[in-house]
Each structure stands twice: as structure tokens, then as C-alpha cells.
Design a protein around this ligand. Structure first.
Ligand SMILES: [Zn+2]
Ligand SMILES: [Zn+2]
Length: 259
């Protein structure tokens, strides 16, 4: 599997990055590359055209319906529907209940059903997309939200099966611990800072809380993401490093992680 960061800015796009968007790809036994996008927040469609192919997606999985995670699904609808060479076929779109209505609301007028086969995540119910299996796990956020555990063929020399987890937006919770357990890579949000944001619970992680989850679960590697422009990423990384011994990376647009 390969994970490409499309956008990693927390809560809103930054000068240097779109909001959340992550491209996960894997090759099947016939050599066909399957592409799934996890979240497509504000601006992420631009990066998808740079680092992937917005016309060739096998599925889209949305963690929750905040605008920094779903806005550009409405923009993708326009790209796919009005392609001058002909409308593109519907692509499976998974998200929390209400996803279709949310995309309709964002697009303003047109119902997204022509361009997306919309289905709701059911907690723990795996969705298979080619060689990839996506399992949604509920996490703690002010709106219904899921993290995603993705299993697929390893792209490392040893082969076998690899697992990566994406936290979506969450605070510390049992779902986050389930996501962090026994994964090769934990892509985890860290929007808050210790001290400054201690009064805000049930919404986001700090670098420290993300690192604690990675340590508890034995995640073999962590990538910190969803850091808002008003934070210093080095502070977030230091918070995580104080509690987690494994490799830590800060996500940036265009970064590719081979899992
Ligand atoms: Zn967010
Ligand atoms: Zn959110």
C-alpha cells in the first residue's frame, strides 16, 4: 500500500496545504492499481489532480461531514459530471449517515447520486475495494465520525499484508485505541496543544494524546496530521515524541509513505 498526503492542514486550508485528503493505493495480483481517497476537504481536489487522478478513483471514504473533510466531494462532483469528454461513472462514496444530503447542501443544487454511489458506514462493517479492506470505527468528535483501518497488500520487500489506520478527527477514545492497535502506520490527527487547549475535550487530540494512543496500541510508525496553521508543528511533534518511542513523521502535501 502507498499513502499519499493530499492535504494535511487542520480545520481549514493553510497557505501551504489543503485541508484533509489522503490517497491510499494498492496493486492487485494483476498489477492494477486501486485508488481510494480518505476525506476530500477544502482544496484537496487540487492536490488529488497533482498527486493522483481525480478521474480514476475506485472509492471515496469520508470520516465525517465537517467541511475540512468533505467540501471537495462537491467540487469533485462538478469535475466528474461536466467532463467535456463525457460524464464519468458513479464512484462509491462511503461516509456517515447524511453524506448524500451534505454533498447536496455543499454543491448547492444538484443531487450527487449521478456521480456517487453513496453508502453509510456501519461501525465495524468492512468495505472491500479491490485489494483494500476498509473498516470504519466510531471515534469521539462532536458529530458522528469514524476512523478507518485499511488493510491491503504490503508494498515493502517482505510482502504480506499491511495495515494503516487513519484517525479522522477524534479525542482519546476506545475507537482510537482500536485503530492504533497493531498497525504498521497510524495516520493521526493532532489539532490541539497541551496547555492551551486542555479545556477542550471530546473534539481533537494533542500530539501527546496521539502519541499515547500510538504507544498503547503498539503502532509501528506514526504520521501526525491535521495540524492547523496557527500551531507550530514542531511543538506537536515534541509532544508525541515524549510519549512514543517509534518513528514519527509530520505529514506534508505530496509525502508518500510505503506501507
Ligand atoms: Zn477536521
Ligand atoms: Zn471535524
Amino acid at each position: 500500500m502507498r499513502l499519499t498526503i493530499l492535504g494535511c492542514a487542520g480545520s481549514f486550508p493553510s497557505a501551504d496545504s489543503a485541508a484533509s485528503g489522503y490517497l491510499v493505493q494498492a496493486d492487485d495480483e494483476d498489477g492494477r492499481t486501486w485508488s481510494v481517497v480518505l476525506d476530500l476537504g477544502s482544496g484537496a481536489l487540487g492536490a488529488l489532480q497533482k498527486y493522483g487522478d481525480a478521474r480514476r478513483l475506485d472509492a471515496i471514504g469520508v470520516s465525517h461531514l465537517h467541511v475540512d473533510h468533505v467540501a471537495d466531494v462537491a467540487a469533485l462532483h462538478v469535475l466528474r459530471k461536466y467532463d467535456p469528454t463525457g460524464a464519468l461513472p458513479a464512484v462509491p462514496l462511503f461516509g456517515p449517515a447524511g453524506t448524500a444530503d451534505r454533498v447536496l447542501q455543499l454543491s448547492g443544487s444538484e443531487h450527487p447520486s449521478e456521480q456517487f454511489d453513496v453508502a453509510s458506514w456501519e461501525a465495524g462493517a468492512a468495505v472491500v475495494v479491490g485489494p483494500l479492506t476498509l473498516t470504519p470505527i466510531p471515534v469521539e468528535h462532536p458529530v458522528p465520525a469514524f476512523g478507518l483501518r485499511v488493510t491491503g497488500p504490503s508494498s515493502l520487500p517482505d510482502g504480506g499484508t499491511a495495515t494503516l489506520s487513519y484517525s479522522g478527527d477524534t479525542d482519546t477514545c476506545p475507537g482510537l485505541d482500536a485503530l492504533a492497535t497493531d498497525v504498521d502506520l497510524l495516520l493521526v490527527e493532532a489539532a490541539y496543544l497541551e496547555g492551551r487547549d486542555d479545556h477542550l475535550r471530546g473534539i481533537h487530540l494533542t500530539g501527546r494524546r496521539a502519541g499515547q494512543a500510538a504507544a498503547r496500541g503498539g503502532a509501528r510508525r506514526m504520521v501526525l496530521t491535521h495540524i492547523p496553521a496557527w500551531n507550530d508543528p514542531a511543538v506537536t511533534e515534541a509532544e508525541a515524541r515524549a510519549v512514543y518511542d517509534g518513528p514519527i513523521a509530520l505529514a506534508y502535501p505530496g509525502a508518500v509513505y510505503v506501507v
